[in-house]
Design a protein around this ligand. Structure first.
Ligand SMILES: C[S@@+](CC[C@H](N)C(=O)[O-])C[C@H]1O[C@@H](n2cnc3c(N)ncnc32)[C@H](O)[C@@H]1O
Length: 400
């Protein structure tokens, strides 16, 4: 008889560690495990019920009232908001975000002194450039993104790394391990994409925009050890922690720079042959986005490659129910630019920024499953929550 196979989230004890990774006690580890299982339960067992409730009662009730099916995401969102199962799913999901953040802070804050001193010792000379006078962009400073207290910018104390340590410590829980032990599935997917489409290409200078604590830029640095990589972000705690983390993981070709991607005037025109971002654009704004793309056009070298990785745009071939569910984060998880980014015509923005229509490129990136977490995943081609994640690429290969 076939034994049932376990397909739940991996145990937190499998998370990828390094010298600034926060330690967890037994109870803290199990709290994280509980949250990962709750997330999984919501996605696997409760969310399908929301789809059924939509088909069985929400959509028919809308039709009855309006004489037509909902045709816009906003209509679906409002109709769903009155449904009890959707309310249950949504409230639980919001609570998992809150609980994950509080769990992370309860791990990080008691050991913050140790983490700061480890980071200070690990940061190599010349690999971190901070600008103490720099303020986070106004368009996002007031928001605690995805319920993260202080977002990416809070400085709780001198040389603070707490926000980044919290982010790193709990991301494995939020994603159920699907981005791998080191939460670097996006970066590993981009490397796979580059190697598949440009096998002989050896970029010399790479710019990563909105690098956060560097989860996704490190696989690129490892894949191109002779390249010089500049990773920019506005959040000093992310950059301090990221520089220490990179050093601890043996990566020595990334310089972390505090800079606003809307104004990168400290770098010369045409000085990077690969500019990329992962999950960055949705945390900007329309105005900032235009400036960022213009900076990409200015900074890219002739023949260079620009790629931005994000979730797919909401267009007409995505059912309105799916659009509404994907849009949950905008209204319930403090992602103010989420909806707008998924509506804008990024190609047109790229063209407005100076890229030629024939230079534009599109593609897909999938996070390769981490074999250490999911040993049978290589044989498993099915799209499966908990093992695979996929994003869209919008970019350009500029003329040589
Ligand atoms: C969702 S995180 C993505 C981090 C990273 N790219 C990753 O894949 O893990 C978005 C990051 O963008 C940064 N950010 C937002 N606006 C920025 C700007 N104008 N310039 C530079 N960084 C910015 C935030 O501080 C945050 O660290």
């Amino acid at each position: 008889m076939n034994q049932p196979t376990y397909d739940g989230p991996p145990d937190y004890r499998a998370v990828g560690r390094h010298e600034v990774f926060p330690e967890t006690s037994h109870d803290q580890t199990e709290r994280y495990n509980f949250l990962a299982h709750l997330n999984r339960h919501l996605a696997h067992s409760v969310m399908p019920g929301v789809a059924e409730a939509y088909a069985a009662r929400v959509e028919p009730a809308f039709r009855e009232t309006h004489g037509r099916p909902p045709s816009r995401r906003r209509e679906v969102r409002k109709a769903l908001a009155a449904d009890s199962l959707h309310q249950t799913w949504s409230a639980l999901r919001r609570n998992t975000m809150e609980m994950r953040q509080q769990a992370g802070l309860s791990v990080v804050l008691p050991q913050l002194g140790d983490l700061i001193s480890k980071a200070r010792h690990l940061i190599p000379q010349g690999r971190l450039r901070l600008k103490p006078e720099m303020q986070p962009p106004e368009y996002i400073a007031a928001v605690d993104h995805h319920c993260m207290p202080g977002s990416y910018y809070a400085e709780r104390t001198a040389d603070d790394v707490s926000g980044a340590a919290n982010y790193d410590s709990g991301m494995f829980v939020t994603t159920g391990g699907m981005l791998g032990r080191y939460t670097d599935g996006g970066g590993r997917g981009v490397v796979e994409y580059i190697q598949r489409h440009n096998p002989d290409w050896r970029p010399r200078r790479i710019l990563d925009l909105g690098c956060g604590l560097g989860h996704n830029v490190l696989p690129m640095a490892a894949a191109f050890p002779n390249a010089e990589i500049v990773a920019v972000d506005v959040g000093a705690p992310m950059l301090r922690y990221g520089t220490a983390r990179a050093a601890s993981l043996g990566i020595d070709n990334v310089t972390f720079v505090q800079a606003d991607a809307t104004d990168l005037s400290e770098f010369e025109d045409g000085s990077f042959d690969w500019i990329q971002s992962t999950m960055f654009l949705h945390e900007t704004s329309c105005k900032a986005l235009r400036r960022i793309l213009a900076e990409c056009r200015r900074l890219i070298a002739p023949g260079g490659l620009v790629i931005h990785i994000e979730q797919p745009r909401y267009d007409d071939d995505m059912p309105v129910f799916e659009q509404a569910m994907r849009d949950w984060d905008a209204f319930n998880n403090n992602e103010p630019f989420w909806t707008k980014l998924h509506e804008v015509d990024l190609d047109q923005y790229m063209i407005d920024a100076g890229f030629k229509p024939e230079e534009l490129l599109h593609g897909g990136v999938t996070a390769p499953p981490d074999g250490a977490l999911f040993p049978d995943a290589a044989e498993d081609d099915a799209e499966d929550y908990g093992r695979k994640a996929a994003w869209h690429i919008t970019g350009a290969r500029v003329a040589a």
